[in-house]
Write a protein that binds this ligand. Structure first.
Ligand code: DOR
Ligand code: ZN
Length: 358
């Protein structure tokens, strides 16, 4: 395979941490990791500490990330038990979407009652989408809300054959739903847990090999729209503790893993590229910028080494795996921001792709 150019890579599912969790990772370290992974932009989830669940907390986070980001970015607003529907219109103008946590995970943003979920669907009538964490039967509950309110909804980190079946039917019904899948659910399974231990723990958890096969099939059939990393760095010490948190990093391994999958004949090069760029742009209605692209040597093979990553966490669940596809250059808005070795953009160079900051 040749040296290729991918225009406007975006990862719409990352946890950049910072704020009270700066010991895990910071906006600065993780936007550098994003660029090293080939990305133009990353969208940050609201389960930070503190969570992004009020106008004031959003404003604060917008200002902080704006000051230090090396790549372009977007922020999600988090649905909470509080009723901030009166502020939703103003909030929506500054964010990439509303995130609803319908099953439990890191943080305390769980919305587990159907009536509360419906309240958010009723209130969020903006042109920015809703992104949902929904697993198993919960997927069915959310599809019912999409059927009723017709709000474009992105299903994050879909991981099982059953969920794919539900979403295939929803797409056949013409509902405005899109599907994201993470590399760890494609390349790992519960069989890897004895080796990985806590480093293989995330939400949704690793499933059977047959589920991974169903995800690959759904990619080939066009049911899966995008590949998202769910980049969720925790420290090695936290992962090794008695109560390890859920989450694994992925910003710098997603592209090489997908290029390896192309090499292995699992999907076409065009589809792999579209799923990390064009399809993400289409779902979040982003106009690609000129002179914003990634140059990749798709022949360059290497082994994943956690300690060599830019991410502050310094480990990877894919440690030791053979991958291919080295990022040679990243360009954003006509500026070379990565030369294959070093990050060249200044802290604060990155911009909000969704409106203003203050
Ligand atoms: O494994 C996960 N970790 N899944 C999530 O949904 C959240 C994430 C985190 O923030 O650590
Ligand atoms: Zn996540």
């Amino acid at each position: 395979m040749p040296v290729i150019k991918i225009h406007g890579m975006i990862d719409p599912h990352t946890h950049l941490r910072d704020l009270d969790w700066s010991h895990k990772a910071t906006f600065e370290t993780e936007t550098k990791a994003a660029i090293a992974g080939g990305y133009w932009a990353v969208f940050d989830m609201p389960n930070t500490a503190p969570s992004t669940i009020s106008d004031a907390l959003l404003s604060d986070k917008l200002k902080r990330i704006d000051r230090v980001a090396h790549c372009d970015w977007g922020l999600y607003f988090g649905a909470s038990q509080a009723d901030n529907s009166a502020e939703y219109e103003a909030i929506a103008r500054r964010v990439c979407g509303l995130k609803i946590y319908n099953n439990s995970t890191t943080g305390d943003l769980l919305i587990d009652s159907s009536s509360m979920r419906e309240r958010h669907y009723r209130a969020w009538t903006t042109d920015r989408l809703i992104a949902v964490h929904a697993e198993g039967e919960t997927v069915r509950n959310i599809i019912d809300l999409v059927r009723k309110y017709r709000q474009p909804t992105h299903f994050l980190h879909i991981s099982s054959e059953y969920e794919i079946k539900l979403l295939t039917a929803a797409k056949e019904d013409g509902l405005p739903v899109t599907v994201g899948v993470c590399p760890h659910h494609l390349f790992l399974s519960e069989d890897d847990l004895p080796t990985l231990g806590a480093f293989g723990l995330m939400k949704p958890e690793l499933k059977r090999k047959s589920d991974a096969r169903a995800l690959w099939r759904a990619i080939r059939l066009g049911i899966v729209d995008i590949i998202e990393s769910d980049h969720a760095p925790h420290t090695i010490e936290e992962k090794g503790s008695g109560e390890p948190p859920y989450g694994v990093p992925g910003l710098e391994t997603t592209l090489p893993l997908m290029m390896q999958a192309v090499k292995d004949g699992r999907l076409s090069l065009q589809k792999a590229c579209d799923m990390v760029s064009l399809n993400v742009q289409r779902i979040w209605r982003i106009t690609p910028l000129p002179k914003t692209y990634t140059v990749v040597d798709t022949d360059h093979e290497f082994l994943v080494e956690g300690s060599k990553l830019f991410s502050k966490c310094g480990w990877s669940p894919f440690e030791g795996m053979r991958v291919c596809g080295k990022v040679l250059e990243v360009w954003i808005r006509g500026h070379k921001v990565y030369d294959g070795e070093q990050i060249l953009s200044e802290s604060g160079f990155g911009r909000n792709l969704f409106g203003f900051v203050a």
